[in-house]
Every structure is written in structure tokens, then in C-alpha cells.
Design a protein around this ligand. Structure first.
Ligand code: SF4
Ligand code: SF4
Length: 153
């Protein structure tokens, strides 16, 4: 339930508007100036077991999964507009704003830093894990609906 509430919260911020990344997209992150800052907007940022075991990330357990802790409305590692654990940030953060859904590359069009032009520094689909990994605690039908809504709604 916390996961779905989190998803709705992110959508209200204007993020998770996923569209196929068919053109050459690149990320020019607005960092602290971003009006939809993802480090604040995502209440639940998942951390994989091997990432949590490195001892750098401050995590919490919720509903059987590991997430970054929060502090004052943002990720606990968000400090003065920057990521204080950049080199150790979880793959959830490394991969954003690109996602892999059924082996197709998608990009979050809600991210204000996405640009169409340029040589592109986007991740390739084979660099990403399937988006379904975030929703393994949901029933299969709800997982599929959740992903479908992010692409079509
Ligand atoms: S939403 Fe996009 S532009 Fe804004 S802080 Fe996140 S990655 Fe950068
Ligand atoms: S770990 Fe860094 S990049 Fe990831 S949400 Fe926290 S501050 Fe942002």
C-alpha cells in the first residue's frame, strides 16, 4: 500500500510520465533548481541488498523491501541541493529517468532535464533492469496495471 501511495505522490509532482525513448535523449539535470526534484519527489527509493550492504546508504525496511531513509521531505542523502553519496547511490537513482519495460527503453518525460537534442548520454535498455522489479510485492495484475498507467496516463 505504501508503494502505491508513493507512486501517486510522484505522479502528483509531475514525474513518472513514461514514454518510449525513441529519439536521442540526454539528461541535463537541473539539480537544485529543478522544480520537480526527483530526490524530493520519490518518497520510496529502492535499494538492492548488495547496495545496502556497502554501509554507505542509510536505509529503512518497509513492507519487505529496503528503501532510502527520508529527512525533511527529501532523501536523507540530499544535501545542499546535491547527492552526498553520488558514487554510491543506488541503481534506482543511477538509472533514472530511464526505465526498461518489456525490453523497451522508456524515459520519464516529466523530468525537466530531459533534452531531445545532443549526442545523448542515455542509458541503453540492456543497462537497465526491468521496471517490474520495483513492484514484486504487488499481485501480478496490479503490477502490470501500475506500469501501464505510468506509460498511458
Ligand atoms: S527530475 Fe530530472 S532534472 Fe530534476 S533533479 Fe531529477 S533528474 Fe534532475
Ligand atoms: S541517493 Fe542521491 S541521487 Fe538518490 S535520491 Fe538520494 S540524494 Fe538523490
Amino acid at each position: 500500500m505504501r508503494l502505491l501511495v508513493s507512486l501517486l505522490s510522484v505522479r502528483r509532482c509531475g514525474l513518472l510520465r513514461l514514454r518510449p525513448a525513441t529519439s536521442s535523449t540526454r539528461l541535463a539535470c537541473l539539480r537544485a533548481a529543478c522544480p520537480r526534484n526527483c530526490c524530493k519527489a520519490f518518497p520510496l527509493v529502492e535499494v538492492e541488498a548488495k547496495e545496502a550492504s556497502c554501509g554507505v546508504l542509510l536505509t529503512q525496511q518497509l513492507e519487505g523491501k529496503t528503501y532510502l531513509q527520508r529527512h525533511k521531505g527529501a532523501c536523507i542523502h540530499f544535501n545542499s541541493g546535491l547527492c552526498s553519496v553520488y558514487s554510491s547511490r543506488p541503481s534506482s537513482c543511477r538509472e533514472y529517468p530511464w526505465y526498461r519495460i518489456n525490453n523497451v527503453l522508456y524515459v520519464d518525460r516529466g523530468c525537466p532535464g530531459i533534452q531531445e537534442s545532443g549526442l545523448g548520454d542515455r542509458l541503453e535498455v540492456e543497462d537497465l533492469q526491468e521496471m517490474a522489479r520495483y513492484y514484486t510485492t504487488l499481485p501480478r495484475w496490479l503490477r502490470r496495471l501500475t506500469i501501464w498507467l505510468q506509460v498511458h496516463w
